[in-house]
Design a protein around this ligand. Sequence first.
Ligand code: ADP
Ligand code: ASP
Ligand code: MG
Length: 412
Amino acid sequence: MRILVLKFGGTSVGSLERIHNASKRVLEKIREGYKVVVVSSAMAGETDRLINLARQIDAMPSERELDMLVSTGEQQAVALFAITLQKLGVPAVSLCGWQVPIVSDEVHTKARIKKIGVQRLKNLLAEGYTPVVAGFQGVTESWEITTLGRGGSDLSAVALAYALGGDCEIYTDVEGVFTTDPRIVPNARKIPVISYEEMLEMASLGAKVMQARSIEFAMKYGVRIHVRSSFSDKEGTWIVPEEEVMEKSVVRAITLERNESRITIVRVPDRPGIAYQVFKALGDAHIVVDMIVQNVSHQGYTDLSFTVNKSDAPKAEQIVRKVAQSIGAQEVVRDDRIAKVSVVGIGMRSSYGTAGKVFEVLYRLGINIMAISTSEIKISCLIEDKYGELAVRELHSAFIEEGEEVKVLNEP
Ligand code: ADP
Ligand code: ASP
Ligand code: MG
């Protein structure tokens, strides 16, 4: 049995016509002889709409209730998808996460998958049915509905492909993974093959075409992913192990993250245990912290800044205010108007001069850098939000369009 998991993102199921188009793709794959499992996101905009409704009532709604609410978006989409497939003559059954089951931990709004039951799916496939699984959602061992973090249908698809021993195709509204967001830089290039490592960095740094956690999962379990457009038949991007990537660019892609906030604790006493108290409290609240900057101290005091996802920012601010008070800091300031631009590429490991060139591009644009972070395959700079797109365009032009870098071919 050749199994294929086909995941359709929000835009690809954004209207009945688009669900029909997606269903025809499923039908083609079935005709080619595959057993298909469909994973669907909510219709475009639905998740945001539901979150906004809840936030109109309370800026920090209960996360359990948020999961109850947003999971209905995918439930609607899979039912409409299954009805469309049936109309096309394909026996189909829609399933929520709990009906598979996709079992997760209890961390609402960003739960992790712990177990996947495949018997029901296998039985359905053996009986000739096409299961249509609601992406983004799981169920805890005590039957609470959870969601897997924004963009989490990608993770549902990758995890099901692994569990069923099948391949994974991600259908989205662009033709694959590009050298940067093609909506910001129209002449961005499609990347035919990319390593898990680079894709993971890109996804973690704001390229929302794939959810970061789904790539982490794919890398850990060796699931090969083909990202492609649901509106064209063109070959998309293959995400594979690094050994299979022949061409290693110094800078493969530029990313922009606009979804973070910076929180600064002003005039913190500079003594052991302060950072521990702040970040332990945030960790206990399941808040992921990104960049951390602590300035050199003056007269025993320093400023401590860090960034978190915008959706976690009100909660993080509340927690940090309490800690700040207990440690005698002066004040806590939150800034939502920041952006992070990054250059990513595995070739950076063995090249030099990349950081200097990034800083030069930003300097020539008159953009001030508020924080820098690096790993062996990326350089990120925190800047003012209003310069985000400009910086991406100029970095793309300097590193990718000019294409002056030496490419290393992994061949004899
Ligand atoms: P879906 O609803 O199919 O999951 P998403 O909106 O989550 O789609 O992701 C696709 C979007 O990701 C594209 O429309 C594009 O604007 C954006 N994107 C950002 N960076 C990149 C990139 N490097 N390559 C391709 N798309 C990107
Ligand atoms: N509908 C969810 C979201 O908007 C999950 C997904 O699209 O992957 O985040
Ligand atoms: Mg997505």
